[in-house]
Design a protein around this ligand. Sequence first.
Ligand SMILES: [Zn+2]
Length: 348
Amino acid sequence: MEYPTFITAGTAWWAPDGLKFPEAVVEHEFGHQYWYGMVATNEFEEAWLDEGINQYTECKIMDALYGRDVDILNTRVATAGERGTDRIGYIGAAEYDPIIRRGWQFVNSGSYGGITYSKTALVLLTLEHFIGEQKVREAQHIYFERYRFKHPTGDDFMNTVNEVAGQNLDWYWNQAVRGTQVLDYRIQRAESYRADWADKNAPKKEKKGETEYVSSVVVHRRGDFVLPVTLEVKFDNGEILREHWDGQDRWHRSLVGRFQEPRVRKDSRLLDADHAVVCSVGVLAGLRRDFETTDSRWFLPGMAAPASGLVGFLRQPRAWIFGVACTWSGSPLRGGQESIYRRDEQAL
Ligand SMILES: [Zn+2]
C-alpha cells in the first residue's frame, strides 16, 4: 500500500524464492511516489493516470531488474512475467469499461482492476510499437516535469504524448483509452494450391521444379479495434514475405503470386513488428500464435484456463493450483476472481 513517503508490502510463508510479488509490490508502491504522489491526479475520476501509468512503470522496471517474462515468477516448473499477468487481468474484462471511466462506474471490481491497471500498462507497452520506447519514456518525463504538483487530466497526458511523438495519436487513444474496442486478429487460412488446377491437360502428378503454386493467406480482424498489422508469410523453402495491412476491412487476403517450389507454411503469422503489440485479447501469453509475444510457460496456460476450469487443470495441474492460490490470496493479479475468461478456450 502506498502513502506519501511511506509504503508497505507483504509476502506469504509458502511463497517460493522465484515469486517476485514482494519485489513487484515494493516497486509499485514506490512508483506511486511519482504517479499521484507528485503528479497529483484524481484517482477517483481518472484512476488510470496513477494506477495504470504506474503499472506500466512497474512492468518496465521489473523487466529490467529480473528479466522479461520471468519477473513475476521464475522457478523450474513455472514462469510468469508482468506482461503476461497484465494480459490475464485485461482479457477477463476487455469489453466492459473504457480506461477513462470513473472509478465508481465500472461494472465490477474485476473490471476496474483489469482495465485501470492492466489495460493501461498494455496500452502504453503497445504504444512503444508506434512511437518507440524512447518517445514514450520522453513523454512520461515531460508530462512529469510539466505537471508535478499540479492536477493534470487524461487529456493532458495524451496531448503530451501526441506532442512528443510529433503526431496525432487520437486514432489510438479513441480506441484504446476512450473506447472499449477489442484487438483480436488471427490467420484464418493459409494454403497453397496448384496454379494449373483448372487445366484439364495439366499433369496429374506434381513435378518438382515445374509445378507452379498460388499461395493465399487470409487474415481476419475478429475484434472492433482497427490496427495496421504486418503479415509474415512463410514458405517451406525458408523464404519469408512480409506484407502490411491497414486492418480497415474485416479481413484481408494476401495472394502471393506464383512460385515454382515454395509453398506457404501453416505457421505463417501476423507480426506485430518486433512482437510489441501486446494489448490484444488474442495474444494471451502467446497461446495463440497469431500474435506470439511471450514465452511464459506453465503458469500462464494454467491461469488462462476457462475460469480456471477443468481443461486448465488437466493440462497444467501445478500451474492451475498455483494460479488459483495466487488469485484467492489477493495477489497483484488483481480482479482475477471476477474475471470472465471468454476467449481463453479458443486460445488453449
Ligand atoms: Zn497502485
